[in-house]
Design a protein around this ligand. Structure first.
Ligand SMILES: Nc1ncnc2c1ncn2[C@@H]1O[C@H](COP(=O)(O)OP(=O)(O)O)[C@@H](O)[C@H]1O
Ligand SMILES: [Mg+2]
Length: 246
């Protein structure tokens, strides 16, 4: 648990850019934070998922720099696997094995644990979530919320210092959201939660507003979320839904 309390843990992004086909999806992001719960709010297409993938080291920046706890997460995959975990919106894009235990073991094996160590890690995380009987359960019989929980257990088994949440609650009903949120509240990892929904981010210690690949505002949720909501309502009153990206 104390691992993530290590002094000096920080996310440092410097003039981070990511282009696809010449178009800037992220257009010069500078963000330095050691807050425990960071929120990033932004509407559809603002670049949130691209940022999440860059932070997890799954994409290479076009230019600029990312350091998570001092690690270059794209270049140093080993450090990335030990440092950053990510939960995506759709668990079907994350889960690759037919059984729960195999799915959880996979990440641990990637981290270099041998079979016996990985099996022990699987048992430990299933126990800590009160789900030891899920070990051999086929993923195909699980509900969407249960699949989310499998992803969460798989990622947390790897003991990341930072957990990135890319709208993991979108599309889930309220009881499922509340249960997943309860699990997240008791984990030791730092959280970077990305969402278009202000309700997900009210508990953030530090909040950033992403718009067209740039951070256009930052501040505490009490001031930033009302401003974001007001702007979303204003945009909703316009008719720009047909505009194509330029
Ligand atoms: N692989 C890709 N190919 C082409 N365009 C992409 C790709 N990934 C993202 N984009 C574009 O980049 C922009 C930001 O996407 P994304 O990061 O998914 O935003 P968000 O998660 O905020 O909705 C969108 O306009 C999207 O269409
Ligand atoms: Mg997204």
């Amino acid at each position: 648990m104390h691992r993530c309390d290590s002094a000096g843990f920080a996310i440092r992004l410097d003039d981070l850019r990511y282009k696809i086909g010449g178009r800037a999806v992220l257009d010069g992001i500078t963000l330095h934070s050691s807050a425990r719960r960071i929120g990033v709010v932004g509407r559809n297409g603002s670049g949130k998922s691209t940022l999440a993938r860059l932070l997890a080291g799954l994409l290479a920046p076009t230019s600029g720099r990312i350091r998570i706890a001092g690690h270059d997460v794209f270049r140093d995959r080993r450090a990335a696997l030990a440092t950053v975990g990510i939960l995506f919106q759709n668990p079907d894009h994350q889960i690759i094995f037919p059984r729960v235990g195999e799915e959880i073991a996979f990440g641990l094996r990637q981290q270099g644990l041998d079979k016996a160590q990985a099996a022990a890690g699987v048992q430990a995380v299933l126990h800590s979530f009160g789900k030891p009987h899920w070990q051999d359960a086929p993923v195909s019989v699980l509900s969407q919320g249960q699949k989310h929980l499998v992803c969460m257990m798989a990622v947390l088994a790897m003991r990341p210092q930072l957990l990135i949440l890319d709208e993991p609650y979108a599309g889930l009903d309220i009881p499922t959201r509340r249960q997943l949120a309860r699990h997240l509240h008791r984990i030791p990892a730092r959280l970077l939660h990305i969402s278009h929904d202000p309700a997900d981010l009210a508990q953030s210690d530090q909040l950033y507003w992403l718009e067209r690949g740039r951070i256009i505002a930052q501040g505490p949720p009490e001031t930033l979320l009302p401003a974001f909501t007001a702007e979303m309502v204003r945009l909703g009153d316009l008719d720009d839904i047909a505009d194509l990206p330029g």
